[in-house]
Ligand binder design. Structure first.
Ligand SMILES: Nc1ncnc2c1ncn2[C@@H]1O[C@H](COP(=O)(O)OP(=O)(O)OP(=O)(O)O)[C@@H](O)[C@H]1O
Ligand SMILES: Cc1ncc(COP(=O)(O)O)c(N)n1
Length: 284
């Protein structure tokens, strides 16, 4: 466990690091990541890779952070407080992915430190968040370093060219992701709207396979769902859980967060972690 205990404060929690983009609307990206970290009992640190101009309706544009600044954020956090697990989200460009891989190697992401790669390519509104030429870099540079990769079905299609329509094709997609060098793949079934249950299939390089199923909720409000799932899994890993247990924690977290999602703005509202916040009164 990271950090120190000086006897005057609560016990220092594990540290999880999110390397991703901001969402000015507070629904997805780093805001969702830090909410999930807090709700799952870990301290959230952030390396900002991009700033998006975004609300519930869509993404109007983004500014990518210089790659050396992204790398420096990773190094400075790891060098001081230590990192117990890390995850990536929106990384915007080839140059940022390469900088994250290089700084990640220095601090042990994917070797000593569990490393979850959420290969974010677009927002749920269909706005592109990753340069076209960066897909190859994601495939050849980042996924081979991943303890776990967590694509949705669009990202599966882009990364390995598999059209997921059922369990067999989800398994084939996961195996293709393992062939790229990931330690495990979680193929998320949120976009398979025909089925009454949402099934996320975990396949690990050691042969372990588990399907995580929950009833499909009929809601427009699932903004930030993918980020929240990957971050809650990362929190479990930071707490020292085995991968299968961390994914079970993540699935339990996202299921509650979807159940408590709320409308916000004119578009898609966010999944929510507010159920996890204790009622709190000033002076109490
Ligand atoms: N309608 C739903 N009801 C219940 N759970 C859902 C629903 N949609 C998604 N989920 C959960 O949310 C997680 C994210 O799934 P999804 O396949 O939508 O990924 P994503 O596209 O990356 O997410 P998003 O675009 O919403 O951020 C899944 O693991 C799934 O368990
Ligand atoms: C900064 C950032 N990161 C990730 C997403 C994907 O989330 P969603 O698919 O819910 O739009 C996003 N919209 N913005």
């Amino acid at each position: 466990m990271s950090g120190t205990h000086d006897g005057t404060h609560d016990r220092t929690p594990p540290v999880a690091l999110a390397i991703a983009g901001t969402d000015s609307g507070g629904g997805a990206g780093l805001t969702a990541d830090v909410r999930a970290f807090t709700a799952c009992g870990v301290h959230g640190a952030v390396a900002v890779a991009a700033v998006t101009v975004q609300n519930s309706v869509g993404v109007e544009g983004f500014h990518a952070i210089p790659p050396d600044v992204v790398a420096a954020q990773i190094r400075t956090v790891a060098g001081d407080m230590g990192v117990d697990a890390a995850k990536t989200g929106m990384l915007a460009s080839t140059e940022i992915i390469e900088a994250v891989a290089a700084a990640g190697d220095e601090v042990g992401l994917g070797t000593r430190v569990p490393f979850v790669v959420d290969p974010v390519a677009a927002s749920m509104h269909g706005h592109q968040l990753l340069a076209d030429d960066a897909l190859d870099t994601l495939r050849s540079v980042l996924i081979p370093r991943a303890t776990l990769v967590t694509p949705n079905l669009d990202e599966v299609r882009l990364l390995v060219g598999v059209e997921v329509v059922d369990d067999a094709s989800a398994r084939a997609a996961a195996r293709a992701l393992l062939d790229l060098g990931a330690g495990a793949a979680l193929v998320k079934g949120g976009h398979l709207t025909g089925s009454p249950d949402v099934v996320d299939l975990l396949v690990c390089a050691d042969g372990t396979e588990r399907a995580f199923s929950s009833p499909r909720r009929d809601t427009e409000h699932s903004h930030g769902g993918g980020d929240s799932l990957a971050s809650s899994i990362t929190a479990g890993l930071a707490r020292g859980m085995a991968l299968v247990d961390a994914v079970a924690l993540g699935k339990a977290y996202i299921t509650r967060a979807v159940d408590h999602a709320y409308p916000l703005g004119a578009g898609h509202g966010p999944v929510s972690s507010l159920w996890s916040v204790a009622a709190w009164e000033p002076g109490a």
